[in-house]
Design a protein around this ligand. Structure first.
Ligand SMILES: [Zn+2]
Length: 328
């Protein structure tokens, strides 16, 4: 009975977020976890109440699918929180099953002393096909938008003693009609990965850390089988250092998400996602994805673990980039 239930659960996940075994197979074998030196500098700080206010503000815009007025208001809201920062947009028109739609990735750059970049990403759009259902995506879209906004507060105003960190609000993560890997999904990151490969930026990216659905009050971040194993290990190490390991990696799940295009181009990536949102993931992509299911503490846990992972990356002997082969 248990085995059957577990099997059904896995099947449901892989149908909805299509499993992509090729993403792992096409990546060169990764080294084991790099040697870590004790990080220098202060441990991470994260203001949970401020992040919670951001979550409420973002959700307050209502449904935020690409091409909508609410989406445009949210773009302005994000940019308004990043005044004075080094901000860049990657805007383009995506070809989708519902016709051409505008997509805009937002990137905020915080310089460091070391050569190389760590990306922390999360999507800010909500599900297009649910745009008229009252769906507000509090967890799926809201929590990732908010955690990045609070990370910006922690990163600005001082040059990092480590790698540069770029915060990336990705757009068009959600499918427009039905999730199809590499076709109807992750429009924003697919565009950015191509662009960064062509202009050489990709070579400087040391790690791509992704946060998605991280606000669930019952927080259980999955170990993603389609992420880079050594980077997942490092995330767990960061969680353990902060005493948050009980919220991490009780389950293993394959994930097709915003990190997929980066993985396919060989960028070490880790998807921090809790794909068990309500028993059996029942609130996922339903109008029940509302603020009352979330907790400021969960956002704080993930935000702090992301910052601690960055500190570990700063002080690690990272494997040389051996990737960036053209995408098939
Ligand atoms: Zn989603």
């Amino acid at each position: 009975m248990f085995v059957t239930a577990a099997f059904l659960l896995l099947t449901a996940c892989t149908q909805n977020k299509t499993q992509t075994p090729d993403a792992t197979n096409s990546t060169p074998a990764q080294a084991s976890i790099p040697v870590i030196n004790e990080p220098s500098g202060p441990p991470p700080a994260f203001d949970a109440q401020r992040a919670w206010q951001y979550t409420k503000d973002v959700v307050g815009f209502g449904p935020r699918p690409i091409g909508s007025e609410n989406h445009r208001k949210l773009e302005e809201y994000i940019l308004g929180r990043l005044k004075g920062d080094d901000v860049e947009a990657d805007a383009f028109t995506a070809t989708t099953p519902e016709g051409p739609l505008p997509v805009r990735n937002i990137i905020a750059k915080y310089p460091g002393t070391k050569d190389g970049v760590i990306i922390i990403a999360g999507h800010y759009d909500t599900v297009y096909s649910l745009r008229n259902s009252g769906y507000v995506g509090a967890n799926d879209g809201g929590s990732s938008t908010a955690v990045l906004l609070e990370l910006a507060n922690q990163l600005r105003g001082k040059k990092r003693d480590g790698y540069s960190v770029w915060l990336l609000w990705t757009d068009g993560e959600e499918a427009v009609r039905q999730w199809q890997s590499g076709v109807d999904s992750v429009y924003g990151v697919r565009h950015l990965a191509d662009k960064w490969q062509k202009d050489g930026t990709l070579k400087s990216i040391k790690a791509f850390l992704l946060a998605d659905m991280i606000g669930d009050a019952d927080l259980n971040i999955d170990r993603d089988l389609d992420s880079t194993p050594w980077l997942e290990d490092m995330v767990y190490q960061a969680a353990t250092r902060l005493g948050y390991q009980s919220h991490f990696f009780a389950r293993n799940e394959p994930m097709d998400d915003d990190h997929t295009p980066m993985m396919q181009l060989g960028v070490p990536s880790a998807d921090l996602i809790d794909f068990d949102y309500g028993y059996g993931n029942v609130f996922w992509h339903t109008p029940q994805d509302t603020l009352d299911k979330l907790s400021p503490k969960s956002i704080e846990i993930v935000g702090s673990v992301l910052l601690e992972t960055v500190r570990l990356l700063d002080s690690a002997n990272l494997p040389e980039q051996t990737q960036t082969k053209p995408r098939a």
